[in-house]
Design a protein around this ligand. Structure first.
Ligand SMILES: [Zn+2]
Length: 257
């Protein structure tokens, strides 16, 4: 069992948020650093952390990265790490994700707001020189703890993750529309991170992308009490009626184990 697990949010905001960073977490398991996603605008996030954060985080810490999907606000930082020399051919970083996500990353597909070899300078040559892509199985042993994934309901393929630190489980919804099987899958966790959509839902299309707060408020109290909301908008403080949920705080160390 892990002796110490710290969840450290570097960014908590949705794609159009300002001043919150894009959703981005660091997990520290007995000193080992594993980043969840690698959004763009990393420099601004690290600068903010240097000013306000409880823990130091440096470019050089980006050695292991677990990816949920390839939207820019989750994966654009892969190119930024290459460009500023944080990862190098002499010392590649490891990426973890389902195999299909790497196929999509290596494709030259140009799709709005999506990262692929077509959007990274140098394309696949540079990706291969700087990253070791490690495809995850259904339940994957990361060395002392395991991670499982489940596909969510989003505009592009995306996975939620569930970590088992032996005796303590952490779940992260990643980006998703309301998805009852996913809620059930996450429910056994001790600590849950779930995305939230705080705006008025004007188009049904949005329900296929993100989860409105009203839908989350219908979930059982037990689920709400162990869930922190992330991927929220700049005006989140105006939303007072959030049931038993809490908003996840940026640059705060959550000591889980
Ligand atoms: Zn997304």
């Amino acid at each position: 069992m892990a002796n110490e697990v710290i969840l450290y949010p570097l960014g908590v905001g949705e794609a159009y948020s300002k001043g919150l960073g894009w959703v981005h977490f660091l997990l520290i398991v007995d000193g080992r650093k594993l980043f969840i996603d690698c959004p763009g605008r990393l420099q601004a996030m690290l600068d903010h952390n240097a000013r306000r954060g409880e823990l130091p985080v440096a470019w050089a810490d980006y050695r292991e990265i677990l990816l949920t999907h390839l939207h820019r606000d989750h994966a654009e930082g892969l190119g930024e790490l290459i460009e500023n020399g944080a990862v190098s051919p002499e010392d590649p970083a490891t990426l973890y994700a389902p195999g299909w996500l790497f196929d999509d990353l290596r494709s030259h597909r140009e799709k709005h707001w999506v990262v692929s070899a077509a959007t990274i300078r140098g394309g696949n040559d540079e990706l291969d020189r700087h990253y070791w892509m490690h495809a995850l199985g259904t339940r994957h042993d990361l060395g002392g703890f395991t991670v499982e994934c489940m596909e969510t309901r989003h505009g592009i393929r995306c996975v939620a993750y569930k970590f088992d630190f032996v005796g303590y489980k952490l779940g992260y919804s990643a980006d998703t529309g309301m998805c009852p099987p996913l809620i059930e899958w996450l429910s056994e966790c001790d600590f849950i991170l779930h995305e939230v959509y705080l705006h008025e839902v004007e188009e049904d299309e949005m329900r296929e992308m993100h989860t409105p707060l009203a839908d989350l408020l219908e979930l059982p109290e037990a689920f709400q009490k162990k869930t922190h909301l992330c991927h929220y908008s700049t005006d989140y403080r105006e939303h007072k009626e959030i049931g038993h949920y809490r908003f996840l705080e940026r640059n705060k160390a959550y000591r889980l184990v």
